[in-house]
Design a protein around this ligand. Structure first.
Ligand SMILES: [Zn+2]
Length: 622
């Protein structure tokens, strides 16, 4: 459905020379289909973070060209900066944004590594989700020793590179590439200018937590006195207990509070194995994969919690925001809104929209614009700066520009009626299916919260979700069908002078026909699901909606028949018996199943209507 999008965020060991940085970013931007989103040079760290997105193959190509350019124009033997680094291209992660999995991104990292090793002869290490062994998952562990220790590291068989020669390259160092989750930079804004107010909440949210305190004199945690571990007295950061030994405290934290104290201390750069007497005591924060501090933003005149969410699938924006709202209220503060810095994946914002719709007792399966509007309003995303969906959201499902689907009903009817072969029955079949899906979703959403059982509620939610998904898919097919047919027509217009030209034309026409078949076949399959969704919605929905559901089921069937007819008419011209026989048989099976499903739905609906009519006429029913 949505176009596959991968984000790539390479870091280059050059933050001061704009000309050199330009050579690298030009190499990226030169690849068609790649969008360069951000170039962030840091003079102090002497590195530049570049962000670009696109479909997987162009992104992979751009990443390779950037690594190659960096290896040619940068020289690590004279590089010094404040940030750990190992090579000219220091780290190059691939990030799934839409329509691709983490495994797909790990595969991109492996392909980049293989090519860099082979063509540029640089040592390459894989990390995080692409790591070849557990001890290489952590970036800091792979980068340990940095550029200066790389020559020795390469001699250690434990650290043989994943790709490329185990040979030190003084100019370019080594490349570290891998796959990781999308990082969301998310700020929560308070009705206060006091940075300490924001910090007090931020520290309670973030994974590494905060120094433990007791004896608070106000609602602010920081008003308590700091706790330290002492001989014979190891205070718990999460309750009033003082344990006699560190081991006893560790067991207590695990059993009573469910966290690993040594790990918490490690996050705060304390090694429990070295002894903790004299060290500050810590309490954990609420959320894993969450980093947070408080700060004051002069241009907004507000204090904010500045948050990095490193895995939004585990710790979401809405979860952190609701916790922040709770904690702010406890402290007499108000969260006025929140802000997404840079970009956000569509799925993350859609999940927030669904969360807030559920909070309101509404169906979370509503059209995409409604879903995103709910998220923006609920999170107060336009509080301190405008929030432009088109600019901020990655992987926003596109409404096609030259769209039949974007026409008014009257314009579309006119367009169909013109003496051109497309748009024709295929597009209208898809449109019928889309309307059927919309009705199924409507019936399910209308009955939300008025069902007799949780099972019925689940059935309705499922029908609403299916209806929305199928509606969007079939609306796309309205235009896809017209385009598929156009490809075939174009092939027919190819020259047929020489034998070669005739063969090429024939091959293109065959390709065009197979493409023209794929779209209506997908329409037919989707329409089958439409009938099913309408049927389910009717069975659990309001009696008043029965006719809506019946119309939905009939439209679904019309779409299905139309899809199958459009498959069959093109099959007769395809010279590939195995392909045509198989598809024809599948069409026949789908039609048989659809007929039975529709008959059942109609019989059920008609039966219910008959009962209603009989009541109206005062008749008894058996
Ligand atoms: Zn405790």
């Amino acid at each position: 459905m949505s176009q596959p999008i991968v984000e790539c965020v390479p870091n280059f060991s050059e933050g001061r020379d704009p000309a050199k940085i330009r050579l690298i970013t030009d190499a990226i931007a030169a690849v068609p289909g790649v969008r360069l989103l951000d170039v962030d040079p840091g003079p102090d760290t002497h590195r530049t973070v570049v962000t670009f997105v696109g479909a997987p193959e162009p992104v992979l190509e751009a990443a390779f060209r950037a690594v190659r350019t960096a290896s040619q124009v940068l020289d690590m033997s004279v590089h010094h900066g404040a940030h750990p680094r190992m090579g000219a291209t220091d780290v190059c992660p691939f990030v799934p944004v839409a329509g691709v999995t983490m495994d797909d991104c790990a595969e991109l990292a492996r392909r980049l590594g293989e090519r860099v090793g082979r063509e540029l002869e640089l040592p390459v290490y894989l990390y995080e989700h692409a790591a070849s062994r557990p001890e290489r998952r952590n970036l800091a562990a792979v980068r340990k020793g940095e550029y200066e220790g790389l020559a020795d590291k390469l001699k250690d068989p434990q650290w043989a590179p994943d790709y490329g020669p185990a040979r030190f390259n003084a100019r370019a160092g080594a490349l570290i590439t891998g796959a990781r989750e999308f990082l969301i930079a998310y700020n929560v804004t308070l009705n206060s200018r006091d940075k300490a107010h924001a910090t007090d909440i931020a520290f309670s949210l973030r994974e590494r937590g905060r120094v433990a305190r007791r004896g608070q004199t106000s609602a602010f945690y920081s008003s308590g006195r700091e706790l330290r571990y002492a001989e014979g007295c190891f205070p718990c950061g999460s309750c009033a207990l003082d344990a006699p030994t560190f081991e006893a405290l560790e067991a207590h934290c695990q059993e009573v509070h469910g966290y690993d104290l040594s790990r918490l201390l490690r996050l705060n750069e304390i090694d429990a194995a070295q002894g903790v007497v004299g060290q500050k005591a810590y309490m954990p924060g609420l959320f894993p994969h969450c980093k947070a501090i408080g700060w004051y933003v002069d241009s907004y005149k507000r204090a904010q919690l500045s948050i990095n969410l490193t895995n939004y699938r585990v710790t979401s924006m809405e979860a952190v925001l609701e916790a922040a709202r709770r904690m702010a209220a406890e402290r007499g503060l108000v969260v006025t809104g929140s802000e997404i810095v840079g970009l956000v994946p569509f799925q993350a914002l859609a999940a927030a929209g669904r969360f807030y719709l559920r909070q309101q007792g509404k169906s979370p399966f509503v059209p995409v614009p409604d879903l995103l509007e709910t998220a923006v309003f609920s999170m107060g995303l336009a509080d301190v700066a405008p929030f432009d969906l088109e600019k901020k959201v990655l992987g926003l499902p596109a409404r096609p520009a030259r769209a039949l689907a974007a026409m008014t009903c009257a314009d579309l009817a006119d367009e169909v009626s013109r003496a051109t072969p497309a748009p024709g029955g295929g597009s209208i079949a898809a449109l019928a299916g889309a309307m059927g899906a919309a009705l199924a979703s409507m019936v399910a959403n209308l009955a939300q919260g008025r069902t007799r059982s949780p099972q019925e509620e689940d059935t309705l939610l499922e029908a609403a979700e299916q209806g929305q998904r199928l509606k969007d898919q079939l609306l796309q097919a309205v235009d896809q069908d017209a385009d598929a047919f156009n490809a075939y027509l174009e092939a027919r217009r190819l020259p047929q002078g020489s034998a070669e030209e005739r063969a090429a034309r024939q091959a293109s026409m065959q390709e065009g026909l197979k493409l023209a078949v794929a779209v209506p076949w997908a329409t037919a399959q989707a329409c089958f699901e439409v009938i099913r969704a309408a049927d389910r919605a009717m069975a659990s929905g309001n009696p008043a909606s029965i006719t809506d559901a019946l119309v939905g089921a009939q439209m679904g069937f019309a779409g299905l028949r139309g899809g199958i007819w459009n498959v069959l008419i093109n099959l007769k011209d395809i010279d590939d018996p195995a392909f045509t026989d198989d598809l024809a048989a599948r069409c026949a099976r789908l039609l048989t199943e659809a007929r039975a499903l529709l008959e059942g739905a109609v019989a059920y609906g008609d039966g219910k209507l008959a009962v209603m009519l009989d009541r109206k006429l005062g008749k008894e029913t058996p």
